[in-house]
Design a protein. Structure first.
Length: 115
């Protein structure tokens, strides 16, 4: 069982930055893949970025070059640095972890980008 707690969401103006954090209750060295997903109203949940235990990263095309995913194994935390935020980045951002074939989700943190 893994519990994930997201934080760092909030209201930011377009062009601004935010850093999201996802703290895991388990040793993330054992977690093969952790990722950030987002869901805007009326839309399906979509992958934003993920990172493997080997530090390989993958980004959605819409955020590539603006967002950076990273992990701090000592703190069991994964981060999402979001720069040059756009109105269309407004969504609830969820953390996801895959451990021993099971998938775990956090409850999400809201990011609102205003003009």
């Amino acid at each position: 069982q893994v519990q994930l707690m997201e934080s760092g969401g909030g209201l930011v103006q377009a062009g601004g930055s935010l850093r999201l954090s996802c703290a895991a209750s388990a040793n993330i060295l054992n977690i093969i893949r952790m990722g950030w997903y987002r869901q805007a109203p009326g839309n399906q949940r979509e992958l934003v970025a993920d990172i493997t235990s080997g530090d390989s990263t993958n980004y959605a095309g819409s955020v590539k070059g603006r967002f950076t995913i990273s992990r701090d194994n000592a703190k069991n935390t994964v981060y999402l640095q979001m720069n040059s935020l756009k109105l269309e980045d407004t969504a609830v951002y969820y953390c996801k972890a895959v451990l021993y074939g099971l998938t775990y989700w956090g409850k999400g943190t809201l990011v609102t980008v205003s003009s």
